[in-house]
Ligand binder design. Structure first.
Ligand code: PLP
Length: 375
């Protein structure tokens, strides 16, 4: 039986056709008609004024922090429960991340703890350069509250929606709540171009500046003239063509992942010791990955026993992100709280969730999960 992956790429005939069109047109470059069209179509889909196609989500985070003017020595508040790229981007501009714990109702940044941290800093006459809020596993953080609290203290919000394209919060798309939003098209994301990212903003001047910085900051001149340091962060025209094809089928991909989530909940939700990442009341998640927690006392086996049992049958599942405040590389950084995220890491498991996963595949996952030896 073929291996079942956590979240493999899912391509169709549109992606193939558009890719070949790009190839045959000889626009084999980090610019071209598919890049322009991908940006237009993407901006329209998420309801943003401008979108800038970049080489990765990490590059988009880095440029976003540059656009906000984050300086060496500044602090940026972010979620502790996230992928390393979020915190890495903060260090690229020389700033220091401050990690905020998750809440239990969404696993995302706890807005009460964020408010406490902003208040504590304000009392000392300090203000962070930005808040980098993450939308975890296809579900938005409580963005209306996060934006409201940040406005109160005059702190700009950058939204890391790398995992949440297609999700909504209070009727608005993930990634459009902050002054800047970031998406990723890495191989395991809901829309993939093998690698790629997008930066969205309502500000035309920022979009223009992001394009400038992402193409080596070349000044307007016939020769090569540079008065600033830039980056090579633009998306390839070939990959943008794949992205356009993926955009056309996004809603059906979301629907399939949601169906997996319902299936897993129905099959496993009633079993003592197993619970699922809650759907927060304020939005519509994509269920990019279906995640559950395992209480070893109640279930009679740990998350790791389950993971190894599935792996023994060639099924890939993964622990929930290890929180950033527990990572050796960030041991000198401050954190507010951290117990909730630590527990989610300890007990959390992401199940195979790809949109190409068949009904038989997911039945097999559930069956094997129920066969795990239990105390
Ligand atoms: C995937 C991911 C990124 C990074 O995106 P890349 O395109 O892989 O650089 C950033 N933040 C989060 C939360 C992610 O899951």
């Amino acid at each position: 039986m073929p291996r079942i992956y956590l979240s493999p790429p899912h391509m169709g005939p549109d992606e193939r056709g558009l890719l070949l069109d790009a190839f045959d047109s000889n626009w084999i470059a980090p610019l071209g008609p598919h890049v322009d069209a991908f940006e237009r179509e993407f901006a329209e889909l998420v309801g943003s004024e401008h979108a800038v196609a970049l080489s990765s989500g990490t590059a988009a985070l880095h440029l976003g922090l540059r656009l906000l003017g984050v300086q060496p020595g500044d602090e940026v508040l972010t979620s502790t429960l996230t992928f390393a790229a979020t915190a890495n981007a903060i260090t690229y501009v020389g700033a220091r991340p401050v990690f905020i714990d998750s809440d239990r109702r969404s696993w995302n940044m706890d807005p009460d703890l964020l408010a406490e941290e902003l208040e504590a800093l304000a009392r000392q006459g300090r203000r962070p350069a930005a808040v980098l809020a993450v939308d975890l596993y296809g579900q938005c953080a409580d963005m209306p509250r996060i934006v409201e609290v940040c406005e109160q203290y005059g702190v700009p919000v950058l939204e890391d929606a790398a995992e949440a394209l297609g999700a909504t919060c209070a009727g608005r798309h993930a990634g459009t709540w902050g002054v800047l939003g970031v998406y990723s098209f890495n191989g395991n994301k809901i829309l993939t171009t093998s690698g790629g990212g997008m930066l969205v903003t309502a500000r035309g001047d920022w979009a223009e500046r992001a394009r400038f910085l992402s193409t080596q900051a070349r000044d307007k001149a016939v020769h090569y003239e540079h008065s600033e340091v830039g980056y090579n962060y633009r998306l390839s025209n070939l990959l943008a063509a794949i992205g356009r094809g993926q955009l056309r089928v996004l809603s059906s991909r979301v629907a399939r992942r949601r169906a997996h989530n319902r299936y897993y909940r129905e099959a496993l939700g009633g079993i003592a010791g197993l619970s699922f990442m809650p759907d927060a009341p304020y939005g519509e998640p994509t269920s990019w990955l279906t995640c559950m927690t395992v209480d070893p006392e109640q279930f009679g086996a740990t998350r790791e026993t389950i993971r190894l049992h599935l792996e023994g049958h060639d099924i890939e599942s993964r622990p929930v992100w290890k929180p950033m405040h527990l990572q050796p590389v960030h041991r000198s950084c401050r954190a507010r709280g951290g117990i909730v995220a630590a527990e989610l890491f300890d007990r959390g498991l992401c199940l195979p969730s790809g949109s190409s996963l068949s009904d038989d595949d997911r039945r097999r996952v559930v069956q094997l999960l129920l066969e795990v030896p239990r105390a």
